[in-house]
Design a protein around this ligand. Structure first.
Ligand code: FES
Length: 106
């Protein structure tokens, strides 16, 4: 199973075995990774699943779709590598993915 590392705002890493076909957000929630709220349950309608994709993984995770771009405007401390984790689907190609969690959501 692909491994995903979530780095909390305080620097604590959470390494999770993720199921392919699920989203980066779902794996954070299932494993109680702190700092990802996902209020809308993955509908790309809340921006409380905001993460920063590690630079080395930006190409593999791709660019946000227009709907995600619009919702990202509501995210706290938006950066060029900001993504909504409910819109990143886990695949074998993302084995080793590293994402960082912002100081707060919304
Ligand atoms: Fe709401 Fe991702 S969970 S936008």
């Amino acid at each position: 199973m692909p491994k995903i590392t979530y780095i909390a705002f305080d620097g604590t890493p959470y390494v999770v075995e993720a199921r392919e076909g699920t989203t980066v957000m779902e794996n954070a929630i299932r494993n109680s990774v702190p700092g990802i709220e996902a209020e809308c349950g993955g509908a790309c309608a809340c921006a409380t699943c905001h993460v920063y994709v590690d630079e080395a993984w930006r190409a593999a995770t791709g660019e946000p779709e227009p709907m995600e771009e619009d919702m990202l405007d509501f995210a706290f401390d938006l950066r060029p590598n900001s993504r909504l984790s409910c819109q990143i689907r886990v695949s074998a190609a993302l084995d080793g993915l590293v994402v960082r969690i912002p100081e707060r959501q919304g």
